[in-house]
Design a protein around this ligand. Structure first.
Ligand code: ATP
Length: 369
């Protein structure tokens, strides 16, 4: 069993609480991504699992074993770092074999494992090359290969793709996901890149200021963020946040966001169990850019949630266009079809899909559920 469990794990560096009472259960063979902005404590969490950082409080288990005091080499883990630090004077084969040689594995076993890893990673033809004769992506594969040959129970990866260019990163992202299925191993992966987290993880763990904010499947977190931070961090371009007051008129809820008066569809309002407590109170409402459409391009736009916006900037992306728009004091981004006729500086009608609105308490910034 290669589950990994964190129980109330805290790490302090002097006065800095890098990780604050983290609780997390990672299943055997799961691919879990720790994601959050710089300094949120994700690397420290990974390094504690690896045994590279002492735990201030709490317990870490790998399988059923409490590993708090187990040295890294005895934890049955392998780590892949951002700067994969291959040995420059060794060829690819020797780079991959090195760890096993140190551990005095028989030569035949080493050969078998290196060749198998090279086959899985598609680098069989590179085994005699030196690192300087490889591209960035190939070097990254060798670094992953060096971890694979160890056949660890758990792979720990800290921003392994961040030194690669954008195109290669996308390609390696897909390769690592495939590799995960193939290896049937537990992977804990750290990144600050929410797209990487969304596309790779079975589950993602969103962190901020040393605290775990939310744990869930990527789409679950995307659809049901627990607070403003998670809502704004996951998704690109980020969710729009606007201020408004909840009103109720003839049984109909709406958001009063002068000059907009946006009805909340009945079935949506029913999902906010606590909405009644917020009548005539200020809230933050969130709407994702893809949930705001160019009215002209819609088959049957809802007039109730259609507004005339001033388009500040149209940003054509090819497959879609971003409209940076303003209505009264409110600014937002809409992600629309690239055939939009919206023009910089001109008024244009957009429709908010209020079935997909998110509501947050203005004080606590927690989702109103
Ligand atoms: P990044 O994406 O920038 O690597 P991170 O989310 O991985 O950030 P950590 O490296 O885990 O964040 O750092 C969490 C906090 O702990 C930060 O405030 C950091 O400054 C602090 N910290 C990390 N390592 C040490 C250390 N060895 N000594 C003192 N403070 C540290």
């Amino acid at each position: 069993m290669a589950s990994v469990t964190l129980e109330n794990v805290t790490k302090k560096f002097g006065n800095v609480v890098a990780v604050n009472k983290a609780n997390l259960q990672i299943q055997d063979k799961e691919f879990v991504v720790l994601v959050g902005p710089s300094g949120c404590g994700k690397s420290t969490t990974l390094r504690m699992v690896a045994g590279l950082e002492e735990i201030t409080e709490g317990n870490i288990f790998i399988g059923d074993n409490l590993v708090n005091d187990v040295p890294p080499k005895d934890r049955d883990i392998a780590m892949v770092f951002q700067n994969y630090a291959l040995y420059p004077h060794m060829n690819v084969y020797d780079n991959m074999a090195f760890g096993l040689k140190l551990r005095k594995f028989p030569r035949a076993e080493i050969d078998k494992r290196v060749k198998e890893a090279a086959r899985i990673l598609g680098i069989e033809n590179l085994l005699t090359r030196k690192p300087k004769e490889l591209s960035g992506g190939q070097r990254q594969r060798v670094a992953v290969g060096r971890a694979i040959v160890r056949e660890p129970k758990v792979f720990l990866m800290d921003e392994p793709l961040s030194n690669l260019d954008a195109k290669l990163r996308v390609q390696m992202r897909a390769e690592l996901s495939k590799l995960h299925r193939r290896l049937e191993a537990t992977i804990i992966y750290v990144t600050h890149d929410q797209t990487e987290a969304m596309t790779m993880g079975d589950r993602i763990v969103v962190m901020k200021d040393g605290l775990i904010q939310q744990v869930g499947a990527p789409l679950e977190v995307y659809e049901h963020p627990v607070n403003v931070f998670v809502a704004g961090f996951i998704g690109s371009p980020a969710m729009n946040f606007l201020e408004g007051v909840i009103r109720r008129d003839n049984g109909q809820y709406y958001i009063d966001a002068e000059p907009m008066k946006l009805p909340i569809p009945q079935e949506k309002a029913a999902q906010f169990r606590k909405i009644g407590e917020y009548i005539d109170k200020k809230v933050i409402f969130g709407i994702r850019p893809e949930d705001i459409d160019d009215t002209e391009l819609m088959a049957s736009p809802d007039p109730g949630s259609t507004v005339v916006a001033t388009i500040d900037v149209v940003e054509p992306m090819g497959s879609e266009s971003y409209l940076y728009a303003t209505v009264g004091p409110h600014s937002f981004v809409a992600r629309v079809d690239p055939r939009t006729a919206a023009k910089d500086g001109e008024p244009h009608r957009v429709t908010l899909n209020m079935k997909r609105v998110h509501l947050f308490d203005k004080e606590t910034e927690r989702a109103i559920d």
